[in-house]
Ligand binder design. Structure first.
Ligand code: NAP
Length: 399
């Protein structure tokens, strides 16, 4: 079918690249390009020999000219951005300059402010429309599958959705007192930010981790979960008509919270540069350097994730409740692709988003979030490519 350029070669990219190679009818050729080329070469050596042709390249994705030169040389049908959120805009600029479709899993963040907002990427809408190319934003699990679940619920189960609660539970245990399951810098920036949810047309802000609930997750059991701001709240609040409230909860164990509080209290999670031995360093980046690499957690992590959405609304004039979720086993993921479930649940939908864009099923000129496309082919692909979903019509609700 075609060619994809995959930018980044970390935890999520590793899974997406495994999945592209399993799906060689669509991904006939891929180029893995990242800052550290040796990681791309190591993955190529591991996966070579199948039907997908793999090449590798070194690229600084912050540099638009370098990205343009790489795209012009490789001529991909789509660029799948699995580097960090900081690179989103430079990669989108390179896609515009070369007329190439774009897919990512996380919204742009400036390096100096921890702020999750789509405004920077939505500002590219007209330019992508004029160039006749598609930018698909947030094709991971959350954001990503959660938005597809919302579109699917709206298409097949509701006339109006009034309440959405997104529940993200990681019941995995890696045996370390403190480690993050994906890029520590991005993860800690997310959980130390203020909580925020959307209700009756306005944002309600809370102190970080101020709202706590307990929930009994299928496949995992009872867990404490905390209200966080998460980027899909912004797009879903706009794209689900008639919505009255949307919230996002994530589970954290007591050890994680205690360590995080301590690190925060001593200033280690700060993104303000400080002077250290004549050099400017950013405490959070230093912390990242001393924490376990998320990629190394794969062989140690046991247990399951359960991520999904509870919808409440109306169907044929009657109140209806619907819960749709995926349960994913850390060790099964490790057996299949050599990584834990957090990277797996993001890498699989990233491959699916790129596939649907390449196949033309999810193509329309402009910049779109996942819930703005027909959810059905994505939902079928989740079942086929390793993230089967389940549904319940009488779930426990979150107060
Ligand atoms: N939507 C979701 O559900 C979800 C969930 C988890 C993560 N994510 C997103 O997925 C993305 C990847 O996360 P991850 O956990 O895989 O992170 P990661 O393991 O840190 O990998 C990031 C990769 O990007 C590369 N990179 C960083 N800056 C670069 C640059 N300027 N030029 C070229 N390559 C660069 C890194 O290169 P080096 O190897 O040289 O460091 C690394 O290979 C992030 O944007 C994250 O926010 C989304």
């Amino acid at each position: 079918m075609g060619k994809a350029l995959i930018v980044g070669c970390g935890g999520v990219a590793g899974v997406a690249i495994h999945k592209c190679c399993q799906n060689s009818e669509v991904f006939e050729e891929i180029c893995i390009a990242s800052r550290t080329k040796s990681k791309c070469d190591a993955l190529k050596a591991q996966l070579e020999g199948g039907k997908t042709k793999i090449t590798t390249a070194q690229v600084d994705a912050d540099n638009v000219e370098e990205m343009v030169a790489l795209i012009e040389a490789f001529k991909p049908d789509v660029v799948l951005n699995l580097a960090l959120p900081y690179q989103d805009l430079s990669i989108m600029d390179a896609c515009l300059a070369t007329g190439t479709h774009y897919v990512d899993t996380a919204n742009y963040e400036p390096t100096d402010t921890a702020k999750f907002e789509y405004k920077w990427q939505w500002a590219y809408r007209e330019r992508f429309e004029k160039a006749g190319i598609t930018a698909l934003l947030g094709s991971g699990f959350d954001p990503g599958v959660t938005g597809v679940f919302a579109a699917y619920a709206l298409k097949h189960h509701f006339d109006e959705i009034h309440y959405i609660d997104i529940l993200d539970c990681n019941g995995g245990d890696h045996g370390y007192p403190f480690a993050t399951n994906f890029n520590p810098e991005i993860n800690i920036r997310e959980v130390t930010s203020k909580g925020r949810y959307w209700e009756e047309g306005r944002w309600v802000e809370t102190e970080p981790m101020a709202i706590k609930r307990e929930y009994d997750f299928e496949g995992v059991g009872k867990k404490d979960m905390y209200l966080l701001y998460h980027e899909e709240l912004e797009s879903l609040a706009l794209n689900v008509p008639g919505l009255k409230r949307i919230r996002f909860f994530m589970t954290f164990g007591q050890s994680y919270i205690t360590h995080l509080k301590c690190l925060e209290n001593v200033g280690m999670t700060s993104i303000e540069p400080i002077e250290f031995e004549g050099k400017q360093i950013i405490p959070l980046q230093f912390l990242k350097a001393v924490l376990p690499d998320p990629a190394s957690l794969g062989p140690r992590t046991k247990g399951k994730t359960n991520i999904g959405c509870i919808f409440q609304g109306l169907k044929d004039g009657k109140p209806k409740t619907y819960y749709i979720y995926n349960i994913c086993d850390h060790q099964e993921c490790y057996k299949e692709v050599g990584s834990q479930a957090i990277s797996y649940t993001t890498g699989v939908p990233a491959m699916i988003g790129a596939m649907l864009v390449m196949q033309g099923l999810w193509q329309k000129p402009g910049v779109y979030n996942v819930e703005e496309f027909d959810p059905d082919p994505f939902m079928d692909a989740l079942n086929k490519w390793g993230l089967p979903w389940q549904e319940s019509f009488s779930p426990e609700l979150v107060d």
